[in-house]
Ligand binder design. Structure first.
Ligand code: OAK
Length: 807
């Protein structure tokens, strides 16, 4: 599209909506008008995609996820439509900044972290590969809380993201479905001797879908992200006349549970899970029936993906529809269900493996509970002759009065995958070992990936330009072409250009830090970044302990030859996760201490940026020199910030955990700083039960000084939190082995400091990280899901030029 045409469209939208000229428009008005123009640019392709899918009858995948974290959509839609450069030029000509206008958009923060962001990266890749794949989730009225620091403590504020409306969504009233909750279900024999459910009591809530177009990268493909919102069914208005009764209904899709480590708000959460599952499955079955194929062939047209256990009810809900609404015999319904469903596990942390009390199940979703009981009964029966009773009792769905959601998902799916090689291996050998014995053929690995378009093309334009001029533009379509950069490892001009791009990004971040925190940081210092949810296993505390060590080194020897460093944190803690919040307070107080200590001479700065979210990640990642991936080996399923930071040229300090291992394999030991226990060593400690935090503490005076600092008054204002941290390390024997890994971590940090001082060497390492990051594009990951699990193909009838994504 020509610039002039875009301008005309923009002018006419501003007139239509606000009756104003461009010159008078505020950034808010410009945002809304431009977003409407963008939407109209893909409206036709969106309906065409849907029509073609109906005509071609190609198989489609549905990605069920309780979290999606798309962030802002304006610039990514412009990029994918091929309009970003034109829009940028136009805005510059009109003396506006597109960035300022884009900033107006509220982040769509309908997720907690990795799981939700991965779902959104997958949406981008599905559409960009021309693959028919749709998202299905919940339209929360409030996204993940906004984080503020008050006196160094995390305070959670509501994220009222829908207040000014959401320009991208389309309410699809005609596609609404009813969701049944509660009541009692009796099984009554009909004239053919078949047991039929008869419901007494209970209530029905309405699920209304809001659809958002997922725009493919310059290929005219528009998939749909469908998010469901609760409403009072028209026929029941009278029953919801009081504010009280309406409120309990509206609570259902009000908030995203900000806790991804503990179960909370049990009943509402279970109702949420059933809500988006039932709504999504009903709408899929309705769509499938339009195709006029027998239900027995459903798996040829439909693949349903269960993203972690929250949508595991997909299994029993599809069974319910096939049995109760469509009269299929159990065996047929079950065969269809298992062929249609697939499941991904995203954590090995036991507390995140969902279990529900059966009483709650019976109360909230009685018919699904009956079906789950029957799945469970048949499971025991079917495998009784093949496997020992003990094994079956450990893997059955209902154990000790609780429904095990992972068991339901695994028994009801034809594919079970982990999200990095190590994680998938641990699922087979430890976490889900019993299931691996029963269903070895179901287990596979799909290493995570990231949307290179958002995390490079959008977030890092300075580097993208250097890449274009150095290796051409093919990397924008084929991320593996980033490998071409390897030819320039010793080219001082290219290395300098890369360094310049990094500096530009660091200057921009330094300005943001100054504006938001008042802290001055030097852009020539090393920017050392740890950005992820705050969790003990991710070991932000280990990072703090190293910072304290450096601080003491400088106190002892102010001229110590340490290159200046800025330690940057971004992390939210689950509101009920007391210990994680204590660590936030500790980091903030360590920051206060160090940033205000004149004897440190600005050699160290610690910055904890508030409200870490997708947009903030887009600011931080391009400016990072060092990427902290320091979880205890075996605990991080994959990690994805490790991939984003690598793509942007940061050098990783890592344990051999999650996808760090594959990153190391891709770039070689010389381009990454590996430290710490291996997964085998961690498990050896578990087996021998001989880990002694105190022994490490006792023998290392440096470590003693650091650990003591949490309680000896060195760090002001952390009396309670410092004690909690100290006790976690010594009294409770250091669950995540920080004390053991401390020395090796400090050594790795020292190596990084040395490498940075040799700028030529550093830039070459950074280049190697960028050059080898293509492998971690979500395009390849999604292509693998499409080939191995979903068996879906690009919509050739429609797609101009699908991205090739074969490795
Ligand atoms: C959230 C809730 C329940 C279970 C897992 C999660 C989650 O966010 N897990 C994270 O998923 C990411 C995407 O696969 C991984 O990269 C992270 O390692 C994992 O912690």
């Amino acid at each position: 599209m020509e610039k002039a045409t875009l301008q005309e469209l923009l002018e006419s939208r501003l007139k239509d909506i606000f009756s104003i000229e461009i010159a008078e428009a505020s950034p808010q008005e410009l945002f809304l008008a431009l977003a409407n123009v963008v939407k109209s640019c893909y409206a036709n392709d969106w309906s065409q995609t849907r029509k073609n899918l109906l005509v071609e009858q190609q198989k489609q995948a549905y990605y069920f996820s309780i979290e999606f974290l798309p962030g802002k959509l304006l610039k990514s839609n412009l990029l994918n439509l091929g309009l970003l450069d034109t829009a940028e030029e136009l805005f510059e000509e009109l003396s506006f900044s597109l960035d300022e206008v884009a900033e107006v958009e509220k982040d769509m923060a309908l997720g907690n972290g990795g799981l939700g962001r991965l779902a959104s990266c997958f949406m981008d890749s599905l559409a960009s590969l021309g693959l028919p794949g749709n998202g299905n989730g919940i339209r929360y009225n409030y996204g993940l809380f906004k984080q503020k620091f008050v006196d160094g403590h995390q305070v959670e504020l509501p994220d009222d993201w829908l207040r000014a409306g959401n320009v991208w969504e389309v309410r699809k009233e005609s596609k609404a479905v009813d969701i049944q909750y509660g009541g009692e279900v009796y099984l009554i024999e009909d004239e053919n001797g078949r047991l039929r459910p008869e419901r007494h009591g209970g209530y029905v809530w309405r699920a209304v879908p809001y659809d958002t177009g997922m725009v493919g990268y310059q290929n005219d493909m528009i998939n749909t992200l469908r998010l469901w919102s609760v409403e009072v069914p028209a026929a029941e208005e009278a029953n919801y006349a009081t504010i009280e009764s309406r409120r309990s209904l509206e609570d259902l899709t009000a908030v995203l549970y900000p806790d991804d480590s503990n179960e909370r708000g049990k009943k509402t959460r279970l109702m949420q899970e059933y809500f988006f599952v039932s709504a999504g499955i009903q709408s899929i079955v309705r769509y499938y029936l339009k195709l006029n194929h027998p239900l027995t062939m459903m798996s040829e047209k439909i693949a349903i993906h269960i993203n972690d256990t929250h949508p595991a009810l997909c299994v029993s809900e599809l069974m319910r529809l096939l049995l109760d609404d469509h009269d299929l015999p159990w065996e047929q319904a079950w065969a269809i269900t298992v062929k249609v469903m697939s499941y991904t596990n995203h954590t090995i942390m036991a507390e995140a493996l969902e279990k529900w009390p059966i009483d709650l199940f019976k109360e909230v979703i009685p018919r699904n509970y009956q079906i789950i009981e029957e799945i469970d009964r048949r499971y025991l029966e079917e495998y009784a002759e093949v496997h020992e009773a003990a094994l079956l009792n450990r893997t059955r769905i209902i154990i000790n009065g609780q429904v095990h959601m992972a068991h339901l998902a695994i028994i009801g799916s034809h594919s079970v995958n982990g999200v990095a090689k190590l994680h998938s291996d641990l699922l087979k050998s430890v976490v889900l070992h019993d299931f691996y014995l029963i269903f070895p053929e179901r287990f596979n690995n799909k290493t995570n990936g990231i949307a290179q378009r958002r995390w490079m093309q959008l977030a890092n334009q300075p580097l993208s330009k250097v890449l274009d001029t150095t290796i051409g533009k093919s990397w924008r379509h084929n991320p593996q072409d980033l490998q071409l950069l390897k030819n320039y490892q010793e080219d001082p001009t290219v290395l300098q250009r890369l360094a310049d791009a990094k500096l530009t990004n660091k200057q921009a971040l330094a300005e943001y830090i100054q504006q938001t925190t008042g802290i001055e940081v030097d852009p020539t210092a090393i920017f050392d970044v740890q950005i992820k949810r705050l969790h003990a296993y991710k070991r932000q505390l280990l990072n703090v302990m190293h910072i304290l060590k450096l601080y003491f080194d400088l106190k002892d020897e102010p001229q110590a030859p340490i290159h200046p460093r800025v330690f940057i944190f971004g992390a939210k803690a689950a509101p009920s996760y007391h210990y994680a919040k204590a660590i936030i307070k500790v980091i903030n107080e360590v920051a206060n201490l160090i940033n205000h200590d004149p004897t440190i001479n600005d050699k160290l700065k610690v910055v904890f940026l508030e409200n870490y979210n997708v947009t903030l990640a887009e600011r931080i990642i391009p400016a990072a020199d060092v990427s902290e991936q320091i979880s205890l080996a075996s605990k991080e399923a994959s990690g994805t910030s490790n991939m984003k930071l690598m793509l942007n040229g940061a050098v990783t300090i890592a344990t051999l955990d999650g996808a760090n291992i594959e990153i190391r394999d891709a770039i070689g030991d010389e381009n990454i700083a590996i430290f710490g226990l291996t997964e085998e060593e961690v498990y050896a400690y578990y087996a021998q039960q001989n880990y002694s935090a105190y022994a490490f503490y006792e023998e290392d005076p440096v470590l003693q000084r650091v650990v003591n600092a949490f309680i000896d008054g060195t760090i002001p204002n952390i009396e309670r939190e410092g004690r909690e941290v100290f006790d976690s390390l010594l009294k409770y024997n250091d669950e995540y082995f920080l004390l053991k890994d401390f020395k090796s971590y400090c050594d790795a940090q020292y190596r990084v400091d040395l490498a940075y001082k040799d700028q030529q060497r550093w830039q070459a390492i950074s280049l190697m990280n960028i050059a080898n990051a293509g492998k971690f594009s979500a395009d390849y990951t999604v292509q693998n899901y499409a080939d191995d699990i979903w068996q879906i193909e690009p919509l050739y009838a429609h797609v101009k030029e699908p991205n090739s994504a074969s490795l």
